[in-house]
Design a protein around this ligand. Structure first.
Ligand SMILES: Cc1ncc(COP(=O)(O)O)c(C=O)c1O
Length: 394
């Protein structure tokens, strides 16, 4: 078979390969990035499903508009304004098969081979998988506890004047994988940079509801007066990732372009799921569910933070996420977490090595730990095992 050149850029996600190794039920895995199945509102879904079939059966099982059904878009417009202070109209929002599809479609309409994308270091690996198919180059920008270093971003953009930079990708709130949140000052600075250099921002807020600190920072999109931010969000973390329901908000022109790209991809998002999602939000069930999820994940985060403090050797540091599902650990320089993975598997514990998330070759001594999907009593044991392995390596 003679494959297209672009397939040379489409590598199987390293994480997925690694995670296959951790399917053994005896392994305590902090590797995956999955919501906890206990967070799924199964009884709510049962109730809603019946209602949807009764009231909208024929429509829910039919093809639908590429932009998504109007009632769901209306409900989301209201919710986005109430919870994220984002204002948009029906022509500025489009329903997608998860926010992952937004990452793909935005790439499809913006990236020519050889173009540049700014990404955080580390960044969401699924975004790289989506972008890579369109053969971009990357401009990596480092992060600290306040998110992307926007001063560094500005310097790099200035130094890349002649390069076609198509967008800046950011996960500003409870980032995957680093667990950090972009400060308000930096959000403003980022937008200012985008406006000055006329570069769109792709803002991915997948985790904003998973907030355990009570402190909320509004998205960059809420400050965007010139339609330069393409915003994406999802129901994967507060309803069901299996439903594959996300959305994009952007200016009318870009939403139209995304809709055309989506027609070629899947015609429309799952109609049945759109009706269920609309009911879930409109009936207020979502607001009953979110506090339950927050309580569960906050408890797990606290258990993991405590265990890290008790078991990881001196010279290790880690982020203290105010929300989301991940902690990013940086170990002493001499540890290579990719090499150490073998020892971890032997000790029946798993994580994802840091370099997998970095396009600049860094992160060799870092690891991402997921805390949402491990039983409370296993979190402590898993971290203890990891601590022992690290100490042995040192
Ligand atoms: C930062 C980020 N964006 C997007 C996604 C994709 O989510 P979905 O396609 O389920 O909405 C994920 C999933 O883990 C994520 O972590």
């Amino acid at each position: 078979m003679k494959y297209a050149d672009r397939t040379n850029f489409m590598k199987a996600s390293e994480i997925r390969e690694l995670l296959k190794l951790t399917e053994d039920p005896e392994i305590i895995s902090f590797g995956g990035g999955m919501p906890n199945p206990k967070s799924f509102p199964i009884n709510f879904v049962k109730k809603i499903t019946k209602k949807v079939l009764k009231e909208h059966g024929p429509q829910a099982l039919q093809y639908g508009p590429t932009e998504g059904i109007t009632p769901l878009r209306e409900v989301l417009i209201k919710r986005m304004e109430e919870t994220r202070n984002i204002k948009c109209n029906l022509n500025q929002i489009l329903i997608t098969s998860g926010s992952q599809q937004v990452l793909d479609l935005v790439s499809k309409i913006l990236i020519n081979p050889g173009d540049y994308i700014v990404v955080e270091c580390p960044t969401y690996i699924g975004a790289l998988t989506a972008f890579n198919a369109y053969q971009p180059n990357y401009i990596p920008v480092q992060m600290d506890k306040n998110g992307m270093k926007t001063d560094e971003l500005e310097e790099k953009i200035k130094a890349s004047k002649d390069k076609p930079i198509k967008f800046i990708y950011t996960v500003p709130t409870f980032q995957n994988p680093a667990g950090v949140t972009l400060s308000l000052e930096r959000r403003k600075h980022l937008l200012e940079i985008a406006e000055t250099y006329d570069i769109p921002i792709l803002e991915d807020e997948a985790y904003s509801e998973l907030n355990y600190s009570g402190k909320d920072i509004l998205p960059i999109k809420s400050m965007d007066k010139n339609g330069l931010v393409i915003y994406t969000h999802t129901l994967s973390k507060v309803l069901s990732p299996g439903f594959r329901l996300g959305w994009a908000i952007g200016n009318e022109e870009i939403i139209r372009k995304i809709a055309i790209a989506k027609q070629g991809a899947d015609l429309c998002t799952n109609m049945f799921v759109q009706f269920i999602a609309k009911e879930y939000i409109e009936s207020g069930l979502i607001d009953k569910q979110i506090p339950k999820i927050r309580r569960m994940y906050k408890r797990k985060r606290n258990i993991m933070l405590k265990a890290l403090k008790e078991n990881f050797p001196e010279g290790s540091t880690w982020t203290k996420p105010g929300g989301g599902m991940f902690i990013w650990v940086t170990l002493p320089e001499k540890i290579n977490t990719k090499e150490m993975f073998e020892d971890a598997l032997k000790a029946k514990v798993a994580y994802v090595h840091g370099a997998a998330f970095c396009v600049d070759g860094k992160g060799h001594n870092a690891m991402r730990l997921n805390f949402s999907n491990t039983d409370d009593n296993k979190i402590e044991e898993g971290i203890k095992r990891l601590g022992e392995i690290i100490k042995e390596r040192l």
